[in-house]
Design a protein around this ligand. Structure first.
Ligand code: CA
Ligand code: CA
Ligand code: CA
Ligand code: CA
Length: 348
């Protein structure tokens, strides 16, 4: 979540032309759809999370943060379905299969800067969208990045939240037996400088964290994994231009797939192999489509592998757009067919 500067705000207010776009010859994909704009002006939309409705893929949902207001729930056509105004939600993530009161629910978690908590909800696709379950005090002055982890090894559910000082904390989340959720802090480590974007690989047990000015780190996601880490890539190289922002995992078969990361400073996305040592596979931008503007300065993103219908036969990438054109509208999220991304990567 880089704050848009004063000049940018002036620019947005007066917006008649497209923002500066760094020159390069990166391959381009184009958005298929865009969400309704968020309710508040300035740098407000931040981070999306995609829920795939297995039984009815066309009814899949996108939960997006308005970091000045709350959580918005959109359909695959980008239309707003539900709006929550519970607080200044910065990042959001979700997982199905969370056991609560004898049911398996879809758990939605957000870093809430209004009360410095980890806000937890049940996603209720048929209405009213999000049912509040708990606000867990983070102990941070300003909770920032957030991601969830559902360990395939143990079945346990965890939340990771970081703050701008560089601290990352991990909580185990369980049914508290009274209709709510209990959270137990199980681990803490220092990323170094300001982190934000993160994503956990449930099957392989990895946690990826972006250190905004520096690069992408890979940790173990289990609470026993300590602070050991390995650099996936750095801003000292050619693939990432600070800030390193949102990241998502595309789960292929047999542990393969892709890690997609927002290289915010040059309006691009870097793609790495999900498996092994996360070899770099290519970068791309999201350019203008006929009726939808391209994407600049992405904060959060999410990606899923699923057949979501004719527009997204091989999956969906959702990215926050820092400059929603043509008229300098409030910010929104753009939807990209992952089939287009697969075409430009340097492997099948
Ligand atoms: Ca950020
Ligand atoms: Ca921003
Ligand atoms: Ca745009
Ligand atoms: Ca637009």
């Amino acid at each position: 979540m880089r704050r848009t500067g004063f000049l940018s705000l002036l620019f947005l207010a007066a917006c008649a032309e497209t923002p500066f776009i760094p020159v390069s010859d990166l391959p381009e994909v184009r958005p298929v759809a865009e969400t309704e704009a968020v309710e508040t002006a300035g740098d407000a939309a931040d981070d999306p999370a995609i829920w795939v409705d297995i039984r009815r893929p066309s009814a899949s949902l996108i939960v997006g943060t308005n970091k000045d207001r709350g959580l918005d729930v959109y359909g695959l056509d980008g239309g707003l379905l539900y709006r929550n105004t519970d607080g200044r939600m910065n990042n959001v993530d979700l997982r199905g299969g969370f056991p609560l009161g004898g049911r398996d629910i879809v758990l939605v978690a957000a870093s809430n800067r209004s009360n410095d908590s980890l806000s937890l909800y049940e996603l209720q696709p048929d209405g009213p969208g999000l049912r509040h379950l708990a606000d867990i005090a983070t102990g941070f002055a300003e909770p920032y990045g957030l991601c969830l982890y559902h360990s395939a090894a143990t079945g346990n559910h965890y939340a990771f939240v970081n703050d701008k000082s560089g601290l990352m904390r991990q909580w185990q989340l369980t049914d508290n037996g009274r209709g709510g959720i209990a959270a137990e802090a199980v681990r803490e480590f220092d990323v170094g400088s300001q982190p934000e974007g993160c994503v956990a690989d449930d099957e392989l047990g990895h946690l990826y964290v972006g250190e905004e000015a520096t690069g992408i780190w890979k940790y173990g996601a289990e609470p026993t994994a300590g602070s050991a880490r390995r650099a996936v890539d750095t801003t000292a190289g050619p693939h990432l231009t600070a800030d390193v922002e949102g990241m998502g995992l595309y789960h292929g078969e047999n542990g393969k797939g892709y890690l997609v990361v927002s290289s915010q400073g040059d309006y691009s996305y870097a793609v790495y192999a999900r498996e092994g040592n996360n070899v770099y596979l290519g970068s791309f931008r999201v350019a203008d489509a006929a009726a939808i503007d391209g994407v600049q300065e992405t904060d959060g993103l999410d990606v899923v592998r699923a057949d979501l219908g004719p527009g997204y036969p091989r999956g969906l990438l959702v990215v926050q757009d820092g400059f929603n054109m043509p008229s300098g509208d409030n910010q929104n999220f753009k939807y990209v067919s992952f089939a287009q991304v697969l075409e430009i990567l340097s492997r099948p």
